[in-house]
Design a binder for this molecule. Structure first.
Ligand code: ATP
Ligand code: MG
Length: 570
C-alpha cells in the first residue's frame, strides 16, 4: 500500500521531469531569433552576452536571474558569455567581492572560459573616445556643478540650459586634459555629450560622460582622477568585447537611446543591442546590495553568507542546491513587467530538488526518552532501511534499535486532544520501521516535566506490521539512545516581519525568531559519516544540511526548508 506521502512524492517527481524537459524560451530569445535570421542585424554572427556585476557586494538571488539569462541564453545559441567586473565606480569596490562573485557563478554551474574582464581595463580607450567626441563637436566641458545642473535641467515643456555648450573644441580639449591631469577639485566640471537639451528623454539632455573624482581605485590605483559615467562606459565595454546582446534590467530602458548614441558616435562597427527584462523581486526579503550591507554592518546577520540572507553564498550555506536555483530562475520566466515572486516558490523549487535526491534519516530535535519496559536489556536489533524511497538506487542502510529510544517531546501527551494519534497512555503507535508500541505512562520531575515515557512493544509486529490487521494510526520517528550523535540544529524563519521592508525601517522589522538554535538534538549516528556537502531529510522535520562550521565532533545542522509545501497549498 502506498502512503499519502509517498503518492505526493511520486507526483512531485513527475513534475520535476516535466519542467526540466521544457525548452527555455522567452521574448529575449524571440528578439535574438529575429537578429540571427537572414537579413537580421546579427546574421551569421555568434551570440555573445555578458554578465557585468559591480564588485561592491556579494551576489544575490536577483543576480542569479540575470546570470541564468546571460549564460543560459549564450548556451542555448551555442554562443559566448563574458564575465565583466563593472568597476568604473571607484568607491566601495573590493577584491574580496571579485573572488566571491566568481565562486558563486561557478557554483551555479556557469563558466566564462578565458573571457574575464575588468571595465577599468578600458579606461584608456574610453578616454580616447571622449577626446574624439570633443573633436567631433559631440562633447564639451561644462563648468556647472551638480546642483546648478539639476536646477538647469528644465522640465517637460522647458528645455535644459547649458551655458558652456558652445565652448570651442580647443578649449574643451584643453580643459578635459587638465581634468585628467588633476588640476581641478571634485565636482568642479564635467564632460558632457552634446545631444539634445529639449529631448523628452532627460537622459539625452546633454548627459554627463565624465566626472572628477580624486579617489583611489582598487585596480588602477591613483592613475585616474576622472571616471566615466555608467551610461558612457557600459556601451563602450560591450562594444569593445564584441557583445551582440546586452541584456539588462528594466531601469535601463530609458537609457537605451543614450546607449545607442554612444555606440554610434564612438564609431564601433558592430553595435550591440540592449534588451531589458524585469528585475526579480521576492517578498519577505530584500535584494539590494546596499540593504544587504546594512544588515551585515549592523550585525543583524552573521555575515553575507548568513543562511537567512538571499545572497547566493547565504542560500548555499542554507542548503540550496544550484539546480534548485537555476530551476527557479527558469520557471519564474522572463518578462517585461516587474512583479513580485513568492518566497515560498523558491522554497518549493528546493523541496522538489531535494525530494528526489536527499537521503532520509531520523533525528529528534526536542528529545525525551522512550523506554520499552518489556524489551530485553542489553539487546540490540538491526533494521535495513531504504536511504530514499523515491530513489531505490540510493540503497539501504542499517539502523539499530534497543530498549531506549529518543523521541520528540511533542509525540507524547499525558492527556491527548481530539485527533492526536501519537503516544498517550493506552494508545499504540508505530515506531518507524521497527515495532508497534503501546504507551503505558511516564515519569515526571518535581516541576511536572516529563523525563521518561514508558511503553511496551509487541514482538509480533516486527517491521511495523500488524498480523491481526489492527489499525495503528500514528507513526513516529525515533533514534536509538545507544547509537546516536548529538547535534546543534539551526531553524530559520523569514528575516523580516513584513513582506516588503522599507528602507528606513529595515532594522526595526527584523523577526526576532528568524534564527532559533537548538542544542542536544539527537541524530542517527550514520549522519556523522555523510559527506559535508550532503543534504538530507530528517523524517517529519524538513530538509537539512551541514553548516560550514560543522565538524565531525561538533555537528551543526541548518534546516534548509520544511517538508510542508506552503506554495502548493496556495
Ligand atoms: P543592487 O541594487 O543589488 O546593487 P545592481 O543592479 O546595482 O543591484 P549590479 O552588480 O550592477 O547590481 O548588477 C549586475 C547585473 O545583475 C545587472 O545586469 C543587473 O541588472 C542584474 N541584476 C541585479 N539585481 C537584479 C535583480 N533583482 N533581478 C534581475 N537582475 C538583477
Ligand atoms: Mg549597481
Amino acid at each position: 500500500m502506498k502512503s499519502k506521502a509517498s503518492k505526493e512524492r511520486m507526483s512531485d517527481e513527475k513534475k520535476v521531469t516535466e519542467t526540466t524537459e521544457e525548452v527555455w524560451s522567452n521574448f529575449i530569445h524571440d528578439f535574438i531569433d529575429e537578429d540571427l535570421a537572414p537579413g537580421g542585424r546579427f546574421e551569421g554572427k555568434t551570440v555573445h552576452t555578458r554578465f557585468p556585476p559591480e564588485p561592491n557586494g556579494y551576489l544575490h538571488i536577483g543576480h542569479a536571474k540575470a546570470i541564468c539569462i546571460d549564460f543560459a541564453t549564450a548556451e542555448k545559441y551555442n554562443g559566448l558569455c563574458n564575465l565583466r567586473m563593472d568597476d568604473t565606480n571607484p568607491t566601495k569596490e573590493d577584491v574580496e567581492y571579485v573572488d566571491a562573485i566568481q565562486e558563486d557563478i561557478h557554483w551555479l554551474g556557469f563558466d566564462w572560459g578565458d573571457r574575464f574582464h575588468y571595465a577599468s581595463d578600458y579606461f584608456p580607450q574610453m578616454y580616447d573616445i571622449a577626446v574624439q567626441l570633443i573633436k567631433d563637436g559631440k562633447a564639451y566641458v561644462c563648468e556647472m556643478n551638480a546642483e546648478e545642473m539639476r536646477a538647469n535641467r528644465g522640465d517637460l515643456t522647458t528645455p535644459a540650459v547649458s551655458p558652456d555648450r558652445d565652448r570651442p573644441v580647443e578649449e574643451s580639449l584643453d580643459l578635459f586634459a587638465r581634468m585628467k591631469a588633476g588640476e581641478f577639485p571634485d565636482g568642479a566640471m564635467t564632460l558632457r555629450a552634446k545631444i539634445d537639451l529639449s529631448s523628452g528623454n532627460f537622459n539625452m539632455r546633454d548627459p554627463v560622460l565624465y566626472r572628477i573624482n580624486h579617489l583611489h581605485h582598487h585596480r588602477t590605483g591613483d592613475e585616474w582622477c576622472i571616471y566615466p559615467m555608467y551610461d558612457f562606459a557600459h556601451p563602450i565595454e560591450d562594444a569593445i568585447e564584441g557583445i551582440t546582446h546586452s541584456l539588462c534590467t528594466l531601469e535601463f530602458e530609458d537609457h537605451r537611446p543614450l546607449y545607442d548614441w554612444v555606440v554610434e558616435n564612438a564609431g564601433f562597427q558592430q553595435k550591440p543591442r540592449q534588451i531589458e527584462f524585469a528585475r526579480l523581486n521576492i517578498n519577505n526579503t530584500v535584494m539590494s546590495k546596499r540593504k544587504l550591507r546594512t544588515l551585515v554592518e549592523n550585525g543583524v546577520v552573521s555575515g553575507w553568507d548568513d543562511p537567512r540572507m538571499p545572497t547566493l553564498c547565504g542560500l548555499r550555506r542554507r542548503g540550496y542546491t544550484p539546480e534548485s536555483i537555476r530551476n527557479f530562475c527558469t520557471r519564474i520566466g522572463v518578462a517585461k513587467v516587474n512583479s513580485v515572486v513568492e518566497y515560498s516558490f523558491l522554497e518549493h523549487c528546493l523541496r522538489e530538488d531535494l525530494n528526489l535526491r536527499a537521503q532520509r534519516v531520523m533525528g529528534v530535535l526536542d528529545p525525551v526518552k522512550l523506554v520499552l519496559t518489556n524489551y530485553p536489556e542489553g539487546k540490540t536489533e538491526e533494521f535495513a532501511v531504504e536511504n530514499n524511497p523515491n530513489n531505490p538506487d540510493d540503497g539501504t542502510r542499517t539502523v539499530t534499535f534497543s530498549r531506549e529510544s529518543w523521541i520528540e517531546r511533542s509525540d507524547f501527551l499525558e492527556e491527548p486532544f481530539k485527533g492526536y494519534h501519537r503516544l498517550y497512555p493506552g494508545n499504540e503507535v508505530r515506531l518507524k520501521t521497527t515495532y508497534i508500541v503501546k504507551c503505558t505512562g511516564c515519569k515526571k520531575d518535581e516541576n511536572g516535566n516529563v523525563v521518561e515515557v514508558y511503553a511496551e512493544y509487541d514482538p509480533e509486529t516486527r517491521g511495523g506490521n500488524t498480523p491481526d490487521g489492527r489499525k495503528v494510526r500514528g507513526t513516529i520517528h525515533w533514534v536509538d539512545v545507544n547509537n546516536c550523535r548529538d547535534a546543534q540544529v539551526r531553524l530559520y524563519e523569514n528575516l523580516f516581519t513584513v513582506a516588503d521592508p522599507e528602507d528606513e525601517e529595515l532594522l526595526e522589522v527584523i523577526n526576532p525568531n528568524s534564527l532559533q538554535t537548538l542544542t542536544g538534538c539527537k541524530m542517527e549516528a550514520s549522519i556523522a559519516k555523510m559527506p559535508k556537502d550532503t543534504s538530507f531529510q530528517l523524517m517529519r522535520q524538513g530538509y537539512f544540511c551541514f553548516d560550514k562550521d560543522s565538524t565531525e565532533d561538533n555537528l551543526i545542522l541548518n534546516r534548509s526548508v520544511l517538508l510542508k509545501d506552503g506554495f502548493k497549498k496556495k
